[in-house]
Design a protein around this ligand. Structure first.
Ligand code: GUN
Length: 294
């Protein structure tokens, strides 16, 4: 039996339409559109593509997009000065510094320099702490997108066994917090976990964010489980162009799972839609308006 496909593109389009409608509704109150600033340091090819997609999606939602590029050899001070300018700019509601940053820059210091009220990535320690303690916070976009996709298969995650494979600050750790807030029973597994296949097989909902192409095999999945694949990896092909695959072996998994996200076309589009939603949320917070109904 083939699993139900959880279509991230379609769900992201719905969310983006709601964000665009809410952005238009609050624009007269702000007397300007909500604005997102994206900072790219260097020319990491994947980052260039992401930043371009983010800027396009921002404009499509009738929000203002501010793109800032620094050269690969930019100093930490230069970047911190730019972040300080964006913190002080009233037209900017959200600031995203694209990761990874070049090695001469301490990412933690830069992320901690972003005004927590403009931290649409949810990476500032204040927002990470709020999320972990159940306070309202700007939450990281990819994990929020994962939860929205999982809820397509399970409108309530309460009591379900959720396994998160991967413990990054960007995905794994915040995802655990969001799942706890949904009353799931959560296991976080990683590269040092003993018998990963057995741990994954416990999952009613399996989230995979380990950054290794097609790492999770079909026989790691409990029959009928929901699988949310966060990975997007380019693998070589004979024609030299390469193709994108997830962290899950889709061909095998689709025969075992009850529901599964494709990659590409699953979590990726949701991340961008959630970024727009966070920008809208940040604009409302900063203007003292009620949180948007999305
Ligand atoms: N690089 C990969 N994913 C992300 C993300 O969600 N935010 C930022 N800022 N950089 C990333």
């Amino acid at each position: 039996m083939s699993a139900r496909i959880l279509d991230g593109k379609a769900l992201a389009a719905e969310l983006r339409a709601k964000v665009a409608a809410e952005a238009a509704r609050i624009e007269p109150r702000l007397k300007r559109p909500p604005g997102l600033a994206v900072v790219l340091v260097g020319e990491n090819p994947a980052s260039v593509v992401y930043v371009r997609s983010k800027a396009r999606a921002t404009l499509e939602a009738d929000m203002a997009s501010f793109e800032h590029r620094l050269s690969a050899d930019a100093s930490e001070q230069e970047l911190l000065a730019l972040v300080a300018r964006l913190n002080a700019d009233p037209k900017v509601d959200g600031i995203l510094v694209q990761l990874p940053l070049p090695p001469q820059i301490d990412s933690a210091r830069v992320l901690a320099a972003v005004d927590p009220l403009k931290d649409v990535d949810g990476f500032h320690p204040v927002n990470a702490g709020k999320l972990a303690t159940g306070l309202p916070a700007l939450a990281p976009c990819t994990p929020v997108g994962c939860i929205m996709l999982a809820k397509r298969a399970h409108p309530s995650l309460a009591g379900l066994e959720a396994v998160v494979l991967g413990r990054s600050n960007i995905v794994g750790k915040p995802l655990v917090q969001l799942l706890l807030a949904e009353n799931a029973t959560v296991t976080i597994a990683h590269s040092k976990t003993r018998d990963l296949p057995a741990v994954c097989r416990r999952a009613d909902v399996l989230f995979v964010a380990i950054g290794r192409p097609e790492f999770v095999r079909g026989d790691w999945i409990k029959p009928d489980a929901t699988v949310i694949d966060v990975g997007t990896n380019r693998v070589p092909t004979p024609d030299g162009k390469g193709r994108l695959v997830g962290d899950v072996n889709f061909k095998e998994a689709v025969e075992v799972a009850g529901a599964i996200t494709p990659s590409p076309g699953g979590v990726g589009p949701m991340t961008i839609a959630c970024l727009l939603a966070n920008t809208l949320r940040a604009a409302c917070m900063r203007a003292g308006l009620p949180a948007p109904a999305i």
